[in-house]
Design a protein around this ligand. Sequence first.
Ligand SMILES: Nc1nc2c(ncn2[C@@H]2O[C@H](COP(=O)(O)OP(=O)(O)OP(=O)(O)O)[C@@H](O)[C@H]2O)c(=O)[nH]1
Ligand SMILES: [Mg+2]
Ligand SMILES: [Zn+2]
Length: 361
Amino acid sequence: MQLPDAARHDLIALGWPDDARARAALESMPDGRIARVSAQHRSGYIVATGIGREFSAQALAAWTRRDCAPEQRAVVGDWVLLEPARDQIVALLPRRSLLQRAAAGESYRRQSIAANVDTVFVVSGLDADFNPRRLERYLLLVRASGAEPVLVLTKLDTHPDLDVAEPLAVIAEQGVAIVRVNAKDAASVAALHPWLGVGRSVALVGSSGAGKSTLTNTLLGRQKMKTAAVRAHDARGRHTTTHRALIGLPQGGVLIDSPGMRELKPTGVESIEEGGFEDIETLAASCRFRDCAHGSEPGCAVRAALDAGTLDAARYANYRKLGEEIADAAQGFAAQLLRKAEGSARARAYQQRHLHKYGRK
Ligand SMILES: Nc1nc2c(ncn2[C@@H]2O[C@H](COP(=O)(O)OP(=O)(O)OP(=O)(O)O)[C@@H](O)[C@H]2O)c(=O)[nH]1
Ligand SMILES: [Mg+2]
Ligand SMILES: [Zn+2]
């Protein structure tokens, strides 16, 4: 399919990349309309074909089946193909990135957060919200998504003196850009414009009360998203944003605001080796034994760094913990797939026996 010029311009305002890859994806599609998922509701999707042109669309029938894997369903940020004359989704365009986490509980289900974002702003207040261990978790999940993480630290105006130099130096060393802002001030958040140009999509993640919606409103230039003050004693938010929303910005790009996240568990697709702990990986590579477990082996560079205080013990413990969580999630997920496959094999065998015994009715 070819896009008419007008439709192309409308899609570009929604973050359509319009490069060779995007055009190749289009060419493989039958005729229809391209839209971007801007919100998801229990009963279906809200999609947009241009800024301000949003409407409900029916989900693909396969997505409503219980055994449909969550990552196969559309999520906010996805590009979808609609029937030419009906608001019915018929296909999902190939994704460039998918940010996901494990759903709460022990089910090993994956939950999609946003698709096709170039950058994820990991938003944290410079108040009691600031937590290096939680940031490591976020950075791990974002790196696995295929998007670039940027750390955005808010509340610079009210908390200019929080001592975060050391954890930030470690994060900066991993190649992550760090921007400190007063999220209420347009001049201050202009430091984020380089990631928000035409054709770029950015998702906001962070705990409730971090300032995601405040940032959104300031970048947008109007109070579109509701915001609410955090609790005074522990700086926690009140889960003010309850649905994901895709918002076109005057800077040309689009922003996806999200509800604050309490829990952030790996899904098993992450890789601890590429998870933002290159400092530890580099140390481990210079241990005397290749399979060093960094226990009491002689010539252990990790131990030596811990003893010398050049590697933060809490960071190292988190690295180990996240590595275990990834392995555990991957294993749990694989076991679940196997159970499902066995379940359907049993069902088929039963059907066969039934057919054999009673014949086809
Ligand atoms: N002074 C100041 N206040 C801020 C800043 N960023 C956020 N706030 C305030 O922090 C509170 C929470 O901000 P929100 O934007 O609602 O936080 P959120 O991340 O969207 O929270 P949820 O929607 O609950 O996930 C509001 O009272 C904001 O005004 C900042 O940089 N400076
Ligand atoms: Mg919010
Ligand atoms: Zn070692």
